[in-house]
Design a binder for this molecule. Sequence first.
Ligand SMILES: *Cc1c(COP(=O)(O)O)cnc(C)c1O
Length: 395
Amino acid sequence: MFVYADNAATTKISKAALDAMMPAFETYYGNPSSLHTTGQEAAEQLLAARQSVAENLGAEAREIYFTSGGSEADNQAIRTGAILGAKKGKKHIISTAFEHHAVLHTLNKLEKEGFEITLLDVHKSGIITAQEVANAIREDTCLVTIMFANNEIGSIEPIAEIGAVCKEKGVLFHTDAVQAAGHLKIDVKEMNIDMLSLSAHKFHGPKGVGALYCRKGILLQNLIEGGAQERGKRAGTENLPAILGMAKALDDACGKIDENAKYVSAMRDRLIEGLSKIPHSIVNGDTEKRLPGNVNMCFEGIEGESLLLWLDANGIEASSGSACTSGSLDPSHVLLAIGLPHEVAHGSLRLSLCEENTPEEVEYIIETVPKVVDYLRNISPVWESLEKGEISHVI
Ligand SMILES: *Cc1c(COP(=O)(O)O)cnc(C)c1O
């Protein structure tokens, strides 16, 4: 059996999204900035996509800026908050220790440029409270950037409450909603979100395209200089095929959000129940406030990388840590942020499901993972020491 269970890394593009892209290659190939008919037809398509994306977020079309993906949107939002803050002498930014690297590395750079960064503790559950954000806000705080839902452990943050706190204190609020868009209900107005990032390839759209919602009245700063595309805030000829694919994928995902969440979270819960029977294992993250498709566990005494390779050999594609950190030997910063010791964090497995997975696939995973864990433990010197009592179990 073949099971793709790495949907948090990327999803397969849907047939509908792919179909929606084709006219942009074949018919609407004009440059939306051109004044002739072919160009203006492309511009109309672009506007329709902008309206559709906006509607699905509770925003207005003019508040949506198309980008090359989630990373670019995160960079632009955070830079905007920093630049606008610095103009008023405010150079303090609040975030969390388990953000995506697109956020953390941008913050690291800003720190070197003279900003002060407070990273809030995310606790064992991976969930912070709005009160903790309120307590951290100072006179010189210019931006709060906190992810909507975590890409590794799936925990969902109290975004509406944090939005309310930031609004009350007059601090800009950005959220990296790359894992949430198309999976959880989002209303930027109701949730008092000032800026929000999303990426199409996380909800069955094409790769290399995303969007930044920026509330009207906030002077978005551009990262890329050039032509006047995206109202002068993001230069470069628009990637119309990808934008049309993204708009279609988001609209489809939002239209089935409850139905998909119900179906996928039932499989998630079954998977967690089945895999929790493995001795010396733990489930990472919150069990309730969790993305519908996310399962993240650690198994003591084994290496996540070996587990992945053996699962792959058995037809199961998953991830250990995030795709961006795989390839380095450091354990995931997310798992360390929720307080796991290094040796435990090394034995992590993330399975991320979508509505295309089936209960049969879930049963296959439940049969296969314990066998592979057993096999790896039997050849592991660390496990041998644990069994002999030379070192003690942490989980
Ligand atoms: C995937 C991801 C990103 C990066 O998005 P890209 O479109 O791949 O640049 C940012 N944040 C989170 C939470 C993600 O999961």
